[in-house]
Ligand binder design. Structure first.
Ligand code: FAD
Ligand code: MLT
Ligand code: ZN
Length: 473
């Protein structure tokens, strides 16, 4: 099939309005939000049913036209941006946004891939349930993208990441067949777990069109506090203290370094840290309770009292109402935007055993500061999950683009070699995309890489699904 015959075929399947060909219409789908990658595309395709997705994939497979599946396009690693050949199509699933149903007694929800994460949270809440997946991009990222990246976020500590919340998937294979796996079972050992294969596969193995997720009872009370902590060992001891005393009530434990909050205050002055004396580390703790407001508040106060007595905390503020609690979260979530406003920066989304975090930070900070005097380390993250966003910004006054083009690879190598030394992961929650493809090849191990290639070849022999992402062609 020639490219023009293929386009006509897509127009017949989807309707002309949903095959974008005009440069201006295509533009928003062709670059990532960080503006690191710019691609081109033959067309942007906007299907709204699983059957349409399947028919398009069949045609692509026959014509050997590769597809870049796309959701909210909030990827941190260029995973949803096409290459610059102009021969690929982007398939954005935003029109597939039906919530197919909530089963209250089974505590599950069935949603289509194009549903915005926040919409799913709100739909669950309206029926008295919690859908716990929660991240800064929740107003624009889509469920299909969340599953394809196995997204993490701020509730993983208590509820797990997207993989742990998902019970079943509907997937269109690279051949354009529909794998109907929308099972809402907590137990299902019927052969290989295909659901787990597609989750986290970044659009390289199949196109997710719908999913079943677990729901949880809504907590009756939530208390949020900001705690000033002198150093990383104290932060970890504070985490362990909360884990011991509050167990499953601990739903958030986020760490923010002084540099990261300074940057947030610089770009968003209304978001200044309410703790005085600019602590070295600020921790955001959240407790969610099903008993009563009083029970949760007493517990928060009592654990913080112990933390003060043992010198783990030097200051704390407990949010007195919902809007103050929200302002703490807003400050935390704006670090990413502050980094973007500051200019190009080097992001490392890594995870480590919590017991190795201190040694990793001390050694890696030391190496980077020794080689790049004045470098700023914008570190924050989901410390309760051992997930650090270990970001490197150039010294004040240095041109970020020039600094990055001279030092980017050396800095990545320093950080990832340290991660390997401390038995961590070079991608905790953001995925590989195109940004980390060479780093994965350098750090994942040849046997694992060969198995990934074999899987890719078995499921997508024509390499039409998101080629050039995760593993090299
Ligand atoms: P996209 O960016 O569109 O795509 C991501 C990948 O999924 C691509 O490989 C794409 O091909 C594939 N894909 C998309 N839809 C499908 C589908 N239906 N079927 C198959 N493959 C598909 N991530 C976290 O994990 N934790 C965080 O705390 C977090 N915070 C963020 C905060 C901000 C401000 C921003 C901008 C991003 C953040 N992210 C975070 C990263 C990002 O939001 C997540 O990775 C999100 O899950 C991506 O969803 P998306 O719909 O935007 O996917
Ligand atoms: C976060 O935790 O805020 C996100 O993962 C985004 C980021 O790393 O900047
Ligand atoms: Zn994160």
């Amino acid at each position: 099939m020639s490219p023009s015959a293929f386009i006509s075929h897509c127009q017949k399947l989807l309707g002309q309005a949903y095959v974008l060909l005009d440069d201006q219409d295509k533009a928003p789908y062709l670059s990532d939000w960080r503006n690191r990658y710019q691609g081109k595309a033959l067309a942007i395709l906007l299907p709204n049913t699983t059957t349409q997705v399947a028919e398009i994939v069949k045609a692509c497979n026959q014509a050997k036209i590769s597809i870049v599946p796309q959701g909210g396009n909030t990827s941190m690693c260029g995973a949803a941006t096409p290459n610059d050949s102009g021969q690929q199509v982007v398939m954005n699933l935003k029109r597939m946004q039906t919530i197919r149903g909530i089963d209250a007694s089974n505590q599950t929800i069935v949603v289509e891939a194009g549903c915005i994460l926040q919409t799913v949270q709100e739909a669950a809440k309206a029926q008295g349930f919690l859908f716990p997946l929660s991240l800064g991009a929740q107003g624009s990222c889509q469920i299909g993208g969340n599953l394809a990246t196995n997204a993490g976020g701020t509730n993983v500590l208590r509820y797990g990441n997207a993989r742990e919340l998902c019970l079943g998937l509907e997937v269109v294979t690279a051949q354009g067949e529909i794998m109907q796996g929308l099972r809402s079972l907590r137990k299902d050992n019927t052969g290989f777990d295909l659901r787990d294969l597609y989750i986290g596969s970044e659009g390289c193995l199949g196109i997710i069109t719908a999913a079943v997720f677990k729901l949880y009872p809504l907590p009756t009370a939530q208390w949020t506090a900001l705690v000033a902590v002198p150093d990383i060992p104290s932060t970890i001891q504070l985490l362990n203290l909360f884990q011991k005393r509050t167990a499953a009530l601990l739903t958030g434990f986020e760490m923010m370094s002084k540099d990261s909050l300074d940057l947030t205050a610089k770009h968003f002055p209304q978001m200044k840290n309410p703790l005085s004396n600019d602590p070295a580390y600020t921790v955001l703790v959240e407790l969610s309770d099903h008993e009563s407001e009083e029970h949760a508040r007493n517990l928060m106060e009592s654990v913080l009292e112990s933390a003060f007595e043992s010198g783990l905390a030097t200051d704390a503020v407990i949010a007195s109402n919902l809007s103050q609690a929200q302002s703490f979260w807003t400050m935390r979530e704006h670090i990413t935007m502050a980094q973007a406003q500051e200019g190009a920066n080097l992001k490392h989304d890594i995870s480590l055993p919590i017991s190795s975090l201190h040694a990793f930070i001390e050694e890696t900070d030391g190496i980077l500061r020794q080689h790049f005097s004045g470098v700023r380390l914008i570190n924050f993250g989901h410390l309760g999950d051992g997930n650090l966003h270990y970001n490197v910004a150039p010294p004040v006054g240095t041109n970020p683009k020039e600094f990055n083009s001279s030092h980017e690879q050396v800095i990545h190598d320093v950080v990832y070699t340290q991660v390997e030394k401390h038995h961590g992961s070079i991608s905790a929650e953001h995925g590989i995309g195109q940004l980390k493809l060479p780093d994965l090849e350098a750090h994942r191990g040849s046997v694992a890489l060969q198995l990934m290639r074999s899987l890719k070849h078995a499921l997508d022999p024509n390499n039409i699904l998101n080629p050039g992402k995760v593993i090299s062609e």
